[in-house]
Design a protein around this ligand. Structure first.
Ligand SMILES: Cc1cc2nc3c(=O)[nH]c(=O)nc-3n(C[C@H](O)[C@H](O)[C@H](O)COP(=O)(O)OP(=O)(O)OC[C@H]3O[C@@H](n4cnc5c(N)ncnc54)[C@H](O)[C@@H]3O)c2cc1C
Ligand code: SF4
Length: 496
């Protein structure tokens, strides 16, 4: 804490976003390049170096936040990078993508705006790359033990990096043609440019991790054969089984899952396609689902040139302030937030009618109707009360040429030959069952990330990857692992 009065004298200031009219014309990250470093040390100075830092408690990685805030406020970037990388393999991912439960738990947030922890993290991550503080760290000696990691999202990458650095020989199998999981083909470029991902993959390759893309285990490679070939297997296959909208009109042309739509837009950014076959250009778009996946569809549709975009949320509009009864500090509250995509929708007037906000809250879809060619044309909805019961007279019809379903995910793919091929036990809600030591019912096969936890966040995925690596290391060496295990399989975000 370089300035003990920083939290009194310095107001919170965030990394500014580029003007809306500029950023909706490209796919680059929404932030003003180079505008974070000049403000971030002063912002880090707002940290009170609390005796009991609840920011730290709210982060599943156990990030040593007050320590690196202090180091950034003194501009000791090398030490800050070391402290941050001690708990987080990929701070440049979380620094851009995390909803920052640490900031909700920041002690300063009790009666003032929180410390901009996420911005500080991002600045350290970026500066570390610029200054060369993150060279590849190959192991000094190899253990002779082999591990197959299935899935290359943040869970698989964190697990693979930890295990490779511990000396094990690790191969990552990925069914997609590129590495990255949802960070590659789900999350749009404007939230995180893929160059950040490429840089880490290069680092991991240089450390010795091997990558096998376009290889679906259970289809291209027999799952049981793979299990016999390796000393341990980590299942980090994500929760990619999407929820359906079982309503009349679902079968119409033009109704797609968000994860059918977003990957194509990402492929345009990768240079694989000139234009997305599902492009929103000139279309009236309705997104069913009020979460982050829906917001990613919103920002993408705006950039593709949609005629209008509406996002439906079944929940009532939350307040701007925390409900102290239901969601007291330091829990993560449901608030009315204006993400970059929502700000863009407001400023470009994306909503089809006189709605100021492209989001319609407390709205439930009734049915979809189409034209004679079987193409969707309208979405019929009703307003609902807190018990999701239709409110009489609150029906409404929206024009809809493209309907995107962003209703969440129920667990890993059950039909891909992996679950059946290995004889894996599942939890009643569809996720892969595992013990307190992250091991499935099949000896030597471990499960981590969204596949076992259910749909979650990147920060939890990295924590899962680190924790499963410690469990696998112990299994391989037969002694307690020196690798950190920040969470157990049953840990959950703090609630009342
Ligand atoms: C559109 C979208 C936006 C999101 N935005 C954010 C955000 O901004 N911030 C945030 O914190 N979280 C976000 N999330 C959630 C976050 O992306 C996930 O929680 C996280 O990626 C889970 O990591 P994972 O490694 O467990 O799984 P995934 O990232 O899903 O990776 C699993 C990988 O396993 C591969 N795979 C599956 N089966 C096989 C097989 N049989 N053989 C080989 N490979 C296989 C898949 O192809 C995939 O690449 C978002 C999710 C979505 C859908
Ligand atoms: S809770 Fe907030 S003020 Fe306290 S140490 Fe953490 S970041 Fe600093």
């Amino acid at each position: 804490m370089a300035d003990p009065k920083g939290f009194i004298t310095t107001p919170r200031q965030e990394w500014p976003r580029r003007p809306v009219e500029e950023r909706v014309r490209d796919w680059d990250e929404v932030y003003v390049p180079g505008a974070l470093l000049p403000i971030v040390a002063k912002q880090a100075d707002r940290c009170m170096d609390c005796g009991i830092p609840f920011c730290h408690q709210a982060c599943p990685l156990g990030n040593l936040i007050p320590e690196w805030n202090g180091l950034v406020s003194r501009e000791d970037w090398r030490a800050a990078s070391e402290r941050l990388h001690a708990t987080n393999n990929f701070p440049e991912f979380t620094g851009r993508l995390c909803p920052a439960p640490c900031e909700a738990g920041c002690v300063l947030a009790i009666n003032q705006p929180a410390v901009t922890i996420k911005n500080v993290e991002c600045a350290i991550g970026d500066r570390a790359w610029e200054e060369g503080f993150t060279p590849p760290r190959p192991p000094e000696r190899l253990s002779g033990r082999t591990v197959a990691v299935i899935g290359s999202g943040p869970t698989g990458l964190a697990a693979a990096q930890q295990l490779t650095r511990a000396g094990h020989t690790v191969a990552v199998y990925e069914r997609d043609d590129r590495i990255g999981g949802l960070m590659r083909y789900g999350i749009p470029e404007f939230k995180m440019e893929k160059r950040h991902l490429e840089r880490r993959i290069d680092q991991m390759r240089a450390e010795g991790t091997r990558f096998r893309t376009s290889t679906a285990v259970g289809r291209d490679v027999d799952a049981e054969e793979l299990r016999c070939r390796y000393d341990a297997v980590v299942l980090a296959t994500g929760a990619t089984a999407w929820r359906e909208l079982a309503l009349p009109g679902r079968e119409l042309t033009g109704v797609h899952q968000a994860m059918e739509y977003l990957p194509l837009a990402n492929r345009v950014c990768e240079g694989d396609l000139d234009a997305s076959p599902l492009s929103a250009a000139g279309k009236h778009v309705v997104i069913v689902g009020g979460g982050d996946t829906g917001a990613d569809c919103l920002g993408t549709a705006i950039r593709e040139g949609a005629a209008s975009v509406t996002q439906l949320d079944i929940y009532a509009q939350p307040g701007a302030e925390r409900d102290e009864e239901a969601e007291p500090w330091p829990t993560y509250p449901r608030l009315y937030r204006l993400s970059a995509a929502h700000e863009e929708a407001r400023d470009v007037g994306a909503a089809p009618a006189a709605d100021a906000d492209a989001r319609l809250f407390a709205a439930s879809t009734l049915r979809l109707t189409g034209d004679a060619d079987g193409r969707v044309r309208e979405l019929h909805l009703t307003g609902v009360d807190a018990g999701r019961r239709p409110v009489p007279g609150a029906e409404r019809t929206l024009p809809a040429d493209l309907v995107l379903l962003a209703l969440g995910f129920s667990g890993p793919d059950r039909e891909d030959g992996l679950v059946g091929g290995l004889g894996l036990e599942l939890e009643p809600r569809g996720t892969i069952a595992r013990s307190a030591g992250f091991e499935t019912n099949v000896p030597g096969v471990f499960a981590a990330g969204d596949a076992a936890r259910g749909q979650s966040l990147i920060v939890w995925a990295i924590a899962e990857g680190r924790a499963v690596a410690a469990a696998v290391d112990q299994h391989l060496t037969g002694r307690p692992s020196h690798l950190p295990a920040p969470i157990g399989p049953y840990d959950r975000p703090m609630t009342v």
